[in-house]
Ligand binder design. Structure first.
Ligand code: ZN
Length: 604
């Protein structure tokens, strides 16, 4: 190692895949004589919720120079070894239960292993700036002979037993922050490769699938190249991995500095002979694009509140609308600008985002700045009242980015765009490591917009992210030759409810504020049994009956609340206008056409 200080050494062994147990050890060669403290993170960066990963530590013991040494638990995620006046090599041994099939934690069985460092590597207090060495070991048994390792952790060149590419053995990280930012996948996965701007990218697929990897790599290559070009080549990492777990039904992603962990549905992957671009595949590409954009926006351009992260507790920022919202805007935009989808496809996706935002009453009560601040207890811990109480800093944040981009373009005759704001943030913060202060995005907009446009748009942005007004998107899009059509999803009168998915019953997931069901006293969790004395087996039966009635009609609804049968008199409401369709206008002025092509590319 180049550093003069001894590295912290970790070993991780999938010791018992059947019991989902990783055995981990952590060796400290110069422990704190006053009593070395070890601590596991309470949350994982990118997923803003206290998860208390230490609850999965099953057993833990310490050794000093190979002999048992006392260790005490200090709180839910911290331990302290007894003071050691004469020094020595301190080693902690612990077992971690890994059975969370998500991108946020760790998972181990006989088919594969996956872990985030935040779930398995205890931080050594006072030593987190030290280099780290990690020995990733193969499980015992002939059935694991073909297992490989996929991770963006650098190989520990020069160390005895250093891993070879995709191999077990020693890896390294410059410090603890880097160590926990490279998730690790092990198993007999499928592997695809492509180069983007001269940098190797791997696509790793774990689980059963019939994916056309060649096609996937081709599409991802275009998306990645477009994003690299946006910020300026070369990209800030010398290797990148899409670590993908394929399941029957799943969706999720978590960003890291040189990789992403993804969870996807088998049916969303492309297959040999696939025609067109199915919606599921578009959505998977959008997810990959989203996590890749984070390589710049949030992994390197970071809120000051995250520099450094405090992994023991909530880290508050009002800026997630910029880090998640702007990323959500660019994820689909990158698909159309790179030519992977058509402008018509893009407008279809955008229409869905606009509709999703309009469907939540919470947007009239919570600003995206508040939603960001309260992510820990609200966005990440949604209950039945969430649509009435909170706004998504992802979807509304994406629409704010859209409105800002369109205003920058329209106000500068297409010379300035949100791309320039992202590049300024990259140069000023991403490349320097300087965190973005809470007012930093407004300041960047003011600067990029110039004398006339800048102050006006910076003020508009601040008012918008701190307020709850709907965005003037229909008008802005008209200036870009885009038609906006608003209509009800169903022409039938409305009950103002959302049904829970599945199992053939009409269980209310949400009762919308101001709707007919709420006025009649119905609540989330109620199971609707009959409407005007006729059985409601499923949501389809309810839709069919409502379609034959008019707004203002009365109806009797029988429902179970827990095990009690209750009756409610409902007055049906007007159909809700909640479906926005966007189309390229057949007729647009030369000015609008020029702006549209500048925004969506020549095909528009
Ligand atoms: Zn994100």
């Amino acid at each position: 190692m180049p550093s003069a200080l001894p590295a912290v050494e970790y070993r991780i062994r999938p010791a018992n895949p059947g019991a989902h147990l990783f055995h981990v050890s952590c060796t400290v060669r110069d422990p704190d004589p006053a009593g070395q403290v070890f601590r596991l993170p309470a949350w994982i960066p990118g997923s803003y919720m206290i998860r208390e990963f230490a609850r999965n530590i099953v057993t833990l013991r310490a050794e000093l120079d190979g002999e048992p040494w006392p260790v005490d638990k200090l709180d839910k995620h911290s331990w302290r070894a007894a003071p050691l006046a004469d020094g020595g090599v301190l080693c902690l041994h612990y077992e971690v239960y890994a059975w969370d099939l998500s991108v946020r934690a760790a998972h181990l069985d006989g088919t594969h292993g996956f872990f985030n460092g935040t779930s398995v590597f205890l931080a050594v207090e006072g030593r987190t700036d030290r280099p780290c060495l990690v020995d990733i070991e193969r499980p015992d048994g002939a059935e694991y002979r073909d297992w490989k390792v996929a991770t963006a952790l650098p190989l520990a060149h020069g160390v005895v037993g250093a891993a070879r590419p995709y191999g077990f053995g020693w890896y390294r990280a410059a410090d603890y922050d880097e160590l926990i930012d490279h998730p690790v996948e092990m198993g007999s996965f499928a592997l695809g490769h492509f180069e983007a701007a001269g940098t190797t990218h791997d696509v790793v697929l774990t689980g059963r699938h019939d994916c056309d990897l060649e096609r996937l790599c081709k599409d991802l290559q275009r998306i990645c190249e477009w994003q690299i070009k946006l910020f300026g080549a070369p990209p800030p990492m010398d290797y990148y991995a899409f670590l993908t777990m394929v399941v029957g039904d799943g969706y999720g992603g978590l960003e890291h500095r040189a990789s992403t962990a993804l969870l996807c549905s088998r049916a969303d992957l492309p297959w040999k002979g696939m025609e067109g671009l199915p919606d599921g595949y578009k959505s998977f590409l959008g997810l990959c694009s989203h996590e890749y954009f984070h390589t710049w926006n949030v992994k390197r351009i970071k809120p000051a509140a995250f520099t450094p992260y405090d992994l023991t507790q909530e880290n508050y920022t009002r800026l997630l609308w910029a880090f998640e919202g702007f990323t959500s805007y660019y994820d689909d935009l990158a698909l159309v600008r790179s030519g992977v989808i058509t402008p018509e496809d893009y407008l279809g996706l955008l229409g869905k985002t606009v509709s999703a935002v309009l469907r939540g009453n919470g947007r009239t009560k919570q600003s995206v700045a508040e939603s960001s601040f309260d992510a820990w207890t609200k966005y990440y811990r949604q209950d039945e009242n969430a649509p009435n109480a909170i706004v998504s800093y992802y979807t509304k944040g994406a629409l704010i980015a859209l409105a800002l981009d369109l205003q920058l373009r329209a106000g500068s005759d297409g010379r300035i765009s949100l791309d320039d704001v992202m590049r300024l943030l990259w140069q000023r913060h991403g490349q320097t490591g300087l965190g973005v202060e809470e007012e930093g995005i407004f300041e960047a907009v003011r600067e990029v917009g110039g004398k006339t446009l800048g102050p006006k748009l910076a003020r508009w942005l601040k008012t918008t992210v701190e307020g709850t007004d709907d965005l003037p998107l229909a008008k802005l899009l008209r200036g870009f030759g885009i038609d906006w059509q608003a209509e009800p999803t169903a022409a039938a009168p409305s009950l103002g409810i959302k049904l829970a998915a599945g199992n053939g019953e009409c269980r209310l997931a949400t009762v919308h504020d101001g709707g007919a069901a709420q006025a009649a006293g119905l609540s989330a969790g109620d199971v609707l049994i009959a409407l005007d004395g006729l059985k409601l087996g499923s949501g389809k039966a309810l839709d069919d009956m409502l379609a034959r009635r008019q707004p203002g009609d009365g109806a009797e609804i029988h429902a179970f609340r827990r095990d009690e049968l209750m009756m409610f008199s409902v007055v049906l409401g007007e159909p809700v206008v909640d479906k926005i369709s966007l189309k390229l206008a057949a007729k647009a002025s030369a000015g609008a056409l020029k702006l549209r092509r500048g925004w969506l590319g020549r095909a528009a």
